[in-house]
Ligand binder design. Sequence first.
Ligand SMILES: Cc1cc2nc3c(=O)[nH]c(=O)nc-3n(C[C@H](O)[C@H](O)[C@H](O)COP(=O)(O)O)c2cc1C
Length: 293
Amino acid sequence: MRRTPMPPEIDSTECTGCGICVQACPVFTLDMRDGKAVVDRGEWCIECGHCGAVCPVDAVVQKKTVVAPDLTVGEKAAVSPEVLMQLLRERRSVRSYLKEPISKEVLEQIINAGRYAPTGSNSQRVHYLIMTSPDEISELGKEIMEFNAKFFKQLEKKPFALLMSMFIGRKKIQELLNYGPAILHAQKRIEKGEDPLLRHAQALLLVHAEDWDGSPAFNCAAAIYHCSLMAHVLGVGVCFNGWVENSVNNNKKLKNRLGIPKDNKCYGAMTMGYQDIKYRRLIERNLPDVQWR
Ligand SMILES: Cc1cc2nc3c(=O)[nH]c(=O)nc-3n(C[C@H](O)[C@H](O)[C@H](O)COP(=O)(O)O)c2cc1C
């Protein structure tokens, strides 16, 4: 499962022995010996590229991690705290889309942003599935609704609910039951030709990952959130969708049909399309629930 790592090499003629690479290495791959950096535990390398990124004299030869040739890191972060906060606050869920397709180039730019999200141990095990046919997406929405409606009808039967609560807990069952009326309402809307779940989206992005990986849920969430921010700055509206994620993971047939491997789980999904309602105001949120110690 763990790939064979390709650790860096140290060009000892260039190395000045400053030790910054050793300090930056998260997994003890590098050490100092006789005043120079050396690769001591290459097999532990996670190919994060930190050593090469911090070396002031280019003495770290990265075999695998490709250094972006045209981009350097400035003295200050790329955007100010104010600009970042504005961006974070103006990104909102968009559930109403124009009937305008999103070009492949734009979709590729959105997905590309996911690559730069952090992953546990730099596993980079995040996989993307993108659907671009609005009809197929709406059909999927219908199927997901039917699947959930069936489940809720079962859940209303006490013995089934009791049995389920042994697996997922009473609170979760109660939480799921709260959604029952909305699901039945949504089904009626589907009968009228509406798409209350996937909102006639122009594209649907799913992220999935091997469930045995260290932090697959976080990895996927971070990646898809990166994608959502890139979508936002490209003018594409997105909305995360928990129904897709849950239904794919609980419906083997659907998961199979979508081509998601058996070992993988879907950890995030978002609908996409050009926004047809403009948000004119920012909103306030609850203050953070913080414990300072
Ligand atoms: C994990 C997750 C699942 C979500 N699932 C849905 C969903 O199934 N349908 C939907 O309309 N919105 C969904 N949302 C969007 C939330 O309702 C939304 O983020 C929240 O109301 C805050 O609004 P904002 O995104 O505009 O700031 C989901 C959001 C997250 C983070």
